[in-house]
Design a protein around this ligand. Structure first.
Ligand code: HMG
Ligand code: MG
Length: 320
């Protein structure tokens, strides 16, 4: 990238005490981002998107979902996408390509493509469980239990997402004990990692700190946790900093700030990966990501989607 502020060594790295030396970014653009697009993208474009993200240094790239194709038609081509990803040119040996799996049918489909990482996705609230999974909260956990057990037995890593941790568009405030209890259930079920979702982007940093402290008191250490912030109210980066201060070192983000959930009223884009990387590199925190290559990828994808990236950093770096 010529003439970029990156050539001038910006952002200047000035560390703050008490933060992790390295952050693993869990890139969700190809899944959370594309599940919400009105225009379905050709499967070859999706494969190239994943390839470009990996080439930009991202090592965990959530690829797609094996959910019911009628529920999320945007990702109905999971079966066509997976073989294209198996043959990515110059695939890094450490590259992980998790996929979302809601039930045993989804797991069958994913295992047929040799996936090594899956994610189940629960809700901290009753209403979103019903809207997103057509199940009560309890029934949805019952649906996940055999998925997690079988995946674990087959050596597949399992992430557990927990949505609506900080507010729900139907139920309003979500009591902390309810979030902690449901999160613990996912970990006790056998999930390797728990990703705390602010599905509608309403959280503020004090809330994030309070939830992480409450989880700590309940025996859940930050090394089991990831954070997943949508950026509806522009709070995602400050919430991320609060989480880093509490010891979390896995952060979900979406290239270019794509994202949202078709079943969550008022969900908008995820924290943009470029905005996150700008802050982390400015704090002297390693990510392994080439910010210029990542921003170029988001501009390239925006061309396919027919609208500019909402990421401030992408716009600042590329004028796009
Ligand atoms: P259901 O309609 O209750 O399904 O949907 P069912 O179990 O009654 O089965 C009905 C039929 O669907 C059966 O076929 C099944 O085989 C088939 P039939 O016997 O009638 O011919 N079926 C499937 N087919 C293909 N793949 C499958 C599958 N499952 C059942 N996996 C279900 C229940 C969970 C499947 C549905 O509600 C669903 O797919 N939901 C997914 C919704 C979704 O993907 N939401 C977005 C992701 S979550 C998110 O974005 C939040 C997150 O980012 C974190 C945050 O921001 O907070 C992760
Ligand atoms: Mg999400």
């Amino acid at each position: 990238m010529t003439g970029s502020v990156l050539d001038l060594g910006l952002p200047e790295a000035v560390p703050l005490p008490g933060l992790p030396a390295r952050v693993r970014i869990h890139e969700v653009g190809a899944r959370d981002g594309l599940q919400n697009e009105a225009l379905p993208l050709p499967v070859e474009v999706k494969a190239e998107f994943v390839a470009r993200l990996a080439a930009a240094g991202l090592r965990t790239v959530e690829a797609t979902s094996f959910v019911h194709p009628k529920w999320v038609p945007q990702l109905a081509d999971a079966e066509q996408l997976m073989p294209l990803l198996a043959d990515l040119p110059g695939r890094h040996p450490g590259l992980r390509l998790p996929v979302l799996v809601p039930n045993e049918r989804g797991l069958e489909r994913a295992l047929a493509h040799g996936v090594a990482d899956i994610a189940v996705f629960a809700s901290a609230t009753e209403t979103f469980a019903r809207r997103n999974l057509n199940r009560s909260l309890e029934e949805s956990l019952e649906m996940f239990a055999p998925v997690v057990a079988r995946a674990t037995a087959e050596g597949v890593r399992v992430r557990g997402y927990l949505s609506m941790c900080f507010g729900d568009p139907w139920e309003g405030r979500v009591p902390l004990p309810q979030v902690v209890a449901t999160g613990r259930r996912l970990l006790e079920m056998g999930c390797d990692e728990l990703s705390l979702g602010d599905t509608i982007g309403v959280a503020t940093p004090g809330q994030v700190t309070a939830l992480l402290e409450a989880l700590g008191r309940a025996g859940v250490a930050p090394d089991r946790l990831a954070v997943h912030f949508h950026d509806t109210y522009g709070q995602a980066l400050s919430n991320t900093l609060a989480a880093l201060r509490a010891g979390v070192s896995v952060v979900d983000a979406s290239a270019g700030g794509l994202g949202g959930c078709p079943y969550a009223k008022s969900a908008t884009g995820n924290l943009a990966t470029e905005d996150l990387v700008w802050m982390l590199h400015g704090l002297g925190i390693e990510t392994g990501v080439d910010l210029g290559a990542l921003a170029d990828t988001s501009v390239w994808l925006a061309g396919h989607l027919g609208r500019p990236s909402p990421s401030r950093t992408v716009r600042a770096l590329t004028g796009g």
